[in-house]
Design a protein around this ligand. Structure first.
Ligand SMILES: [Zn+2]
Length: 247
């Protein structure tokens, strides 16, 4: 967690392990450690990445599988903490290589955004916050599912992508933006039957990223996440940022 008292964005990963927490008041982040001991841990996310302190290393290429397959059914849920996208493709998309010593299987993806376009991302780069952040959550294949993987220190990897606003949007996001319009109320869900691929959602440059060992960003804050934050932001127009969804 960064120590600069940054304003936290609201939506989060809590969905994954459905814990009780809030972003304000007596259930807010300052109090998470009282209820969930790992939230007071030493390797908590999010962080503020200072590029001057990053060590440049060469890692094996990331290998992506299933990212170019059309997603045949996407289930979209506003669970009161975030908007979650789950896919039913078999086999599930997966990633390996880079800092990962094994195959990690896609579990779900979700977004973090703020009340306006000037902040919203969780991690920052050089104190800079982005309008929105996408987290794609994967579990280590040998653990079978995310619920089991969270019990192991190398259980999860999150691919994190930042968004910035531009005059030109990203066409693949039109379907997601439309779906968000159907889940503006907490605890609502919808299905998407459009033919985008996970690759369609990503930036062009995937070889440059920051990686570190951290945690889930919400309770239970388990320190089991290999973070991979991609440097190149995805460009969207304002209307494609989900800040009109209530969570
Ligand atoms: Zn997240």
């Amino acid at each position: 967690m960064d120590g600069n008292g940054c304003q936290r964005p609201k939506p989060a990963m809590g969905a994954v392990f459905s814990q009780e927490f809030e972003y304000d008041g007596t259930m807010g982040p300052q109090h998470w450690g009282e209820l969930y001991s790992e939230c007071a841990g030493k390797h908590q996310s999010p962080i503020d990445i200072n590029v001057l302190h990053v060590k440049e290393v060469t890692l094996p290429d990331l290998e992506w599988s299933g990212f170019d397959d059309p997603l045949d059914h996407v289930h979209v849920t506003n669970n009161g903490h975030t908007v979650l996208l789950e896919v039913t493709n078999e086999p599930h998309p997966a990633v390996r290589g880079g800092p990962l010593d094994s195959t990690y299987v896609f579990s779900q993806m979700h977004f973090h955004w703020g009340d306006n376009d000037t902040f919203g991302s969780e991690d920052k780069i050089n104190h800079r916050s982005f309008a929105m952040e996408l987290h794609m959550l994967f579990y280590k294949e040998e653990y079978g599912d995310a619920a089991e993987a969270v019990k192991h220190p190398d259980g999860l990897t999150v691919l994190a992508f930042f968004y910035e606003l531009d005059r030109h949007g990203h066409p693949a996001y039109d379907a997601i933006t439309a779906a968000l319009g159907n889940v503006t109320e907490p605890h609502s869900s919808t299905s998407m039957f459009s033919s985008f691929t996970l690759s369609d959602l990503l930036p062009y440059e995937l070889k440059r990223y920051f990686t570190y060992r951290g945690s889930l960003t919400t309770p239970p804050c388990s320190e089991v996440v290999i973070w991979i934050d991609f440097e190149q932001p995805i460009r969207l127009i304002h209307n494609q940022v989900g800040d009109e969804v209530y969570i």
